[in-house]
Write a protein that binds this ligand. Structure first.
Ligand code: HEC
Ligand SMILES: [Cu+2]
Length: 377
């Protein structure tokens, strides 16, 4: 009975023949659920929609029939004594009883779904999802892996995934009980992937949890579902569900890469200007560009320009390092000390002092960042 028109096109509507391509991915219904809870929610939605549809058809039919059949021109007069007959007396009781009965049977189903939502069976994998203005940070708690996921700004407006793609996807295994822990660093966000999991707010200082068992490999997309500022529309979510074997291989690869990056960053190596600028640009575009903009012009007055700023041109390197490592409390400028390694901070500082015509010629080496960190303690 459930007609899932997912991926389907609505026939017979002029709009869709005109702009068919734009609507190729347009769905009439919720996305196809691939996890136990979302499937139950989908079924509940279909149940209520079906009940509502049946009631609407019956009521509309009775109204139209009555209007036609008992019209004045056919000789009918308004019934002044309706309330005195048996139906006039009892319908006021019967109709609410029928409606309440339908409501209660839906509520019974809904209660079961609610208890499934709060099911706290121990998971096999825990993913901490942290919302920040305007990106998602994913911590794989068991494997000590962290991924930072930003909007992919290179997707053209004409493409389907415009504003819906990220630089780093969340990789998750299928057929595994996954617990998502939700929190935020600044304001409310909500990590919402309709096919996988229902949404709960990500609240700074609190941890909420949801769970899923992804039953099908594939790409699942979502959005931040709690308005969180000017970048709210620019923090999409992309989950790639893979087989357990592929997932294990991915985890191993990530761990090796992390060890290598750490070794590289802490090596007592002196980096050249070109190397620092290339690295710095990468770090800047993923970590800083959302606010200070790839052009370095910022979005004043909220986010200051770094092009020509006193900080990045004539300012002391120590002050520049300090604001990057420790942030500026009370503003959106976060402390990057824990998120970026010495090499990354050295590179991004060098980049900011030389990009966009800042041209100070200053170079910052990882060793200086290390020293700056220990001065802070
Ligand atoms: C969420 C937005 C945001 C992000 C992301 C961000 N910043 Fe900032 N940044 C700010 C704000 C806001 C200020 C101004 C703070 C204040 O009021 O002094 C600032 C100030 C600065 C300043 C001082 C500039 C000046 O002239 O006052 C520097 C340098 C800086 N940020 C570097 C960085 C670097 C490097 C990164 C990336 C690692 C980064 N920022 C990421 C919001 C951000
Ligand atoms: Cu958000």
């Amino acid at each position: 009975m459930y007609v899932n028109t997912h991926k389907g096109r609505h026939p017979g509507s002029a709009i869709f023949t005109i702009t068919g391509d734009a609507f190729a991915d347009w769905t009439l219904n919720l996305p196809e659920p691939v996890s136990p809870v979302t499937r139950e929610i989908f079924n509940l939605h279909m149940l209520t929609a079906t009940v509502a549809l049946v009631i609407m058809v019956i009521v509309t039919a009775v109204i139209i029939y009555s209007l036609w059949k008992f019209r004045k021109s056919a000789g009918y007069e308004a019934d002044q004594n309706f309330h005195t007959g048996w139906f006039g007396k009892w319908s006021w009781v019967l109709v609410p009883v029928v409606v309440l009965g339908i409501d209660l049977s839906i509520a019974g189903k809904a209660t079961k779904v609610f208890s499934l939502v709060e099911d706290t069976t121990p998971p096999e994998l825990t993913l901490k999802v942290t919302g920040s203005q305007w990106k998602w940070t994913y911590d794989y708690m068991e494997d000590d892996i962290q991924i930072v996921s930003n909007l992919d700004r290179d997707i053209a407006e004409s493409e389907d995934t415009y504003l819906r793609d990220v630089d780093n996807k969340v990789i998750l295994p299928v057929d595994t009980r996954i617990r998502f822990l939700h929190t935020a660093t600044d304001v409310l966000h909500a990590w919402w992937v309709p096919a996988l999991a229902y949404k709960k707010d990500a609240i700074p200082g609190y941890i909420n949890e949801t769970w899923a068992i992804i039953e099908k490999e594939g790409i699942y997309r979502g959005q931040c579902a709690e308005i969180c500022g000017t970048g709210h529309a620019f923090m999409p979510i992309v989950v790639e569900a893979v087989s357990k074997e592929k997932y294990a291989a991915w985890v191993d690869g990530k761990k090796e890469a992390a060890t290598a990056a750490l070794a590289e960053a802490s090596a007592d190596k002196t980096w050249s200007m070109d190397e620092l600028m290339a690295r710095g640009e990468q770090v800047y575009n993923t970590a800083c560009g959302a606010c200070h903009q790839p052009t370095g012009l910022g979005l004043p007055p909220a986010f200051p320009a770094l092009k020509g700023s006193a900080f990045t041109t004539t300012g002391e390197i120590s002050a520049h390092l300090d604001i990057i490592i420790n942030g500026k409390p009370g503003t959106a400028m976060a402390a990057w000390g824990a998120q970026l390694n010495d090499l990354e901070i050295a590179a991004v500082t060098t980049y900011e002092r030389n990009a966009w015509g800042n041209d100070t010629g200053d170079m910052v080496q990882p060793a200086e960042v290390k020293a700056a960190r220990s001065n802070n303690k």
